[in-house]
Design a protein around this ligand. Structure first.
Ligand SMILES: *Cc1c(COP(=O)(O)O)cnc(C)c1O
Length: 355
């Protein structure tokens, strides 16, 4: 018998499903009835199990609290047209999880544990998957150091947990973003490419300031010169410039988004020229002025494609035209939706279908 060939399931006796308002989900407001928990100790992952969602016992000396060894992923599960359940691009999320774990000196998770764990939790809480178009079950794998010790060191004990949450759209309308020219999210050589907890804690303060100024999020720029665009809060940034799809090239300070990769792949299939390269703020300002910049949007699992209404550069608001039905972002979003639902062929084997 392998590690995960049969993950034991301990079901809750008090489901909270009836308390969910599926017509008004928001994002991250509900956590489903169950969770997957596995432990890492003595050099191996062990005892994966599904248990009712609830508090875990922990020591206040738990190393992740003090030294930040905590890494997560974010994925989505959907109902397909034919009744199957689709977890989108599992393989790529698994690879990225392990890249994040490696950067934080944390133990890798086997594909077997990751995939079987996801399948088990999604099957157990299948009733929590929303049926509405645009809604989904958000899957949140998280790994953190659980060892209790005060010394600064790489932990020897970890927990792997998968939580799930029925979610609706992330942003309800086109977003207003501020180009951040003072604070830094990530520097080259740092942890920006990893989905590790500290990146988000460090981003809160500048983001909060931007919110107080009336923006939804910031657009991060490079740490050295504040001259080039990196990405936004939990989205990669994409532009339609001169009818080409232009997005910052990946670097160690940018998260390698799965949605980014999906959109680039689909754009090429649609015959759109794609440029992954450095994009300076100056270029964006210029292309606003000469009207060659026709679309800007964020790309990420949570928001999928999130139209940008306004970009603020150095105190100046630049407005994007309204998103038209034949815009690139709507066409690519529809295409992506069709692939995920099974309405269009899944040429790249992106769908992980659970029967
Ligand atoms: C998760 C995330 C993204 C989007 O990645 P996806 O794989 O498309 O969900 C982009 N930037 C940051 C900082 C993120 O945390």
């Amino acid at each position: 018998m392998t590690l995960t060939s049969s993950i034991p399931v301990k079901r809750t006796t008090q489901s909270r499903l009836s308390t969910v308002d599926f017509s008004n989900l928001g994002f991250g407001n509900y956590i489903s009835d169950h969770m997957l928990v596995a432990k890492y100790d003595k050099g191996t992952w062990q005892d994966p199990q599904i248990i009712p969602y609830g508090d875990l016992m922990m020591s206040p000396a738990m190393l992740s609290l003090h030294y930040g060894q905590a890494v997560f992923e974010g994925m989505k599960a959907f109902h397909m047209k034919d009744g199957g359940i689709n977890v989108f691009r599992v393989e790529r999320h698994h690879k990225r999880l392990n890249r994040s774990l490696e950067r934080m000196c944390m133990p890798a998770i086997s594909e077997e544990l990751f995939v079987n764990g996801l399948e088990a939790i999604v099957k157990t809480d299948a009733d929590w998957i929303p049926k509405d178009n645009g809604s989904s079950l958000y899957l949140r794998p998280v790994v953190f150091a659980s060892e209790a010790k005060l010394g600064v060191k790489v932990a020897d004990q970890y927990l792997f947990v998968i939580l799930t949450s029925p979610v609706g759209p992330y942003f309800s309308k086109p977003v207003r973003l501020k180009v951040e020219l003072d604070y830094v999210r990530a520097a080259e050589g740092g942890t920006g490419f990893a989905k590790c907890a500290g990146n988000y804690g460090g981003a809160f303060y500048p983001t909060q300031q931007a919110r107080e100024q009336g923006f939804d999020q910031v657009i991060w720029t490079d740490a050295k010169e504040h001259k080039y665009i990196d990405e936004s809060g939990a989205m990669n940034i994409m532009f339609v410039l001169d009818n080409k799809l232009v997005t910052p090239a990946l670097s160690s300070s940018i998260l390698d988004g799965v949605t980014r990769n999906t959109i680039i792949t689909l754009a090429k299939d649609m015959g759109v020229t794609v440029e992954e390269r450095k994009i300076s703020i100056e270029e964006i300002e210029k292309s606003f002025k000469n009207k060659t910049l026709t679309e800007a949007f964020g790309a990420g699992t949570a928001a999928v494609v999130s139209p940008i209404a306004t970009i603020n550069i150095n105190g100046m608001d630049y407005h994007l035209p309204e998103v038209k039905a034949d815009s690139f972002q709507l066409r690519v979003k529809n295409k992506l939706g069709e692939i995920r639902s099974g309405a269009a062929p899944d040429t790249y084997n992106w769908n992980h279908v659970i029967k």
